[in-house]
Design a protein around this ligand. Structure first.
Ligand SMILES: O=C(O)C(=O)Cc1ccc(O)cc1
Ligand SMILES: [Fe+2]
Length: 445
């Protein structure tokens, strides 16, 4: 029996300089800092934009903290303003990092996807019986607003962990142990970037590992495969193999327990799902973004996260103005035969998309009803990718606006792949083309 997931709660980053990432999330990506947990030994900062929540954890460097010091710091924990169930806490190594583990990971990384579950104990038992490796057993933390129980399980993908959390008995707005910033004290929501939720999380895994990863998520969390393209081969996945691009993609989504016939008040069926995408490079590739991730991240893991926006043009413009660096294809992408018409048919301005480096793909609806007009048969997908956020060429963010399209666009993927390739070549070679819209050499389309 798999663990039943209700919804994605937050995604955690572990970074060496929380200040830098925090400042980027706020000033460039327009997230709001809404809760903090600052102790002698930890810095955990929570940011929100719509329903998308990131927790940024400052990574402890391995050197410098002796065991004695760790114990002393651990003793200091009960002084934290919010009382917690410290007893259980002392038994694990997660004292510094509430609701997560404190990994001694060598590079900045996005390494925890936290899910809300109905019953942490039950999920723990079910997963342990299936052979899962737990980093933190069920642990209860509480403050005057009630208790929250969580545990942390290691995934099959590199350094990725999943915190399973039950906050149904908690009356506060976030999590015990965090100081929540009062709504009145928060800056006004930035309306220029209408980001509503996490659309998808993309994993990079080694060659031929996709099936193992899919099986793990299916067996343990009840994830279900969904086809990125309707004609996708079950075993092969969605293969993008075109000249210099060699990528295998498969996608999965989790079902919420309410959909398994159990009606749960805490589960909002209308809440959008976050998909999981698994990417591996095909053999015989030159330098590429998947292999570079594996090399520089030093393990499989989370390569990028798609932030869903209701208005990609306005979001892209506002973020670029604030200093976000995006990849963009050469102007030739927009002047390719048929592209301008495709963009106009989708209700967009070719000029605006080109100015902001936004990619557009069109999907033909497979089974339209007889009443469907010709423009309704087309589904569109608009995407834009940032340059890597950390010092290494590893993690990046994506803006995505879906106009009916549920999968991912081959044209967009090819454009991204090539822009990144050009970026890597530029980094090792000349440093031409720096700027907020670094473009690849034209003529490659
Ligand atoms: O298109 C998307 O947004 C994806 O998430 C698919 C994808 C996965 C990995 C890549 O290196 C490039 C594209
Ligand atoms: Fe993506």
């Amino acid at each position: 029996m798999a663990a039943l997931l209700n919804r994605l709660h937050h995604i955690s980053l572990h970074v060496s300089n929380a200040e830098k990432v925090a400042s980027d999330l706020v000033s460039k990506f327009k997230f709001s800092l809404f809760a903090t947990r600052l102790t002698d030994t930890s810095r955990q900062l929570a940011f929100r934009k719509g329903g998308a929540v990131f927790i940024v954890n400052e990574r402890q460097t391995q050197s410098g903290v002796s065991l004695n010091e760790e114990l002393r710091l651990t003793d200091a924990y009960p002084c934290d303003p919010h009382p917690v169930n410290v007893g259980k806490y002392l038994q694990d190594n997660s004292i510094k990092c509430l609701y997560d583990i404190s990994p001694h990971y060598p590079v900045d990384s996005v390494s925890n996807v936290c899910f809300e579950v109905e019953d942490v104990e039950r999920s723990f038992r079910a997963l342990r019986n299936l052979g899962c490796n737990f980093m933190v057993p069920p642990t209860t933390v509480q403050d005057e607003r009630g208790p929250v129980t969580y545990s942390v399980v290691k995934s099959i993908v590199g350094n990725v962990c999943h915190t399973l959390i039950d906050r149904t008995k908690y009356m506060g707005s976030f999590l015990p142990g965090f100081d929540v910033i009062e709504k009145d004290c928060l800056p006004e929501e930035d309306m220029s970037c209408p980001i509503t939720h996490f659309d998808h999380i993309t994993y990079v895994c080694p060659k031929k590992a996709t099936h193992q990863v899919m099986r793990w998520y299916e067996k343990l969390f009840g994830f279900q495969r969904f086809f990125i393209k309707s004609n996708e081969d079950v075993d092969e996945g969605f293969v993008v193999n075109h000249k210099d691009v060699g990528l295998r993609l498969t996608a999965m989504e989790y079902w919420k327990c309410s959909e398994a016939g159990i009606t749960l008040s805490s589960v909002d069926k209308n809440e959008p799902d976050c998909k999981f995408v698994i990417a591996e490079s095909l053999p015989g590739q030159g330098r590429n973004q998947v292999d570079t991730f594996l090399e520089q991240h030093r393990a499989p893991g989370i390569q990028h996260i798609g932030l869903y926006t209701e208005d990609i043009v306005s979001s892209a413009y506002a973020m670029a103005q604030a200093g976000v660096e995006f990849f963009s294809p050469p102007h030739a992408y927009y002047t390719e035969v048929g592209k301008q018409q495709e963009i106009v048919d989708a209700g967009h301005s070719p000029q605006l998309l080109a100015q902001n480096g936004i990619l557009l793909d069109t999907d033909l609806c497979q089974d339209p009803s007889p009443q469907t007009t010709s423009s309704e048969k087309k589904r569109h997908l608009l995407q834009l990718f940032t340059k890597p956020l950390f010092a290494e060429d590893t993690f990046f963010l994506e803006l995505i606006e879906r106009r009916g399209a549920t999968g991912f666009g081959e044209g967009n993927i090819r454009a991204l792949w090539r822009s990144v390739q050009a970026h890597m070549e530029n980094q090792t070679g000349d440093s031409q083309g720096e700027g907020s819209h670094k473009t690849m050499q034209s003529g490659q389309y």
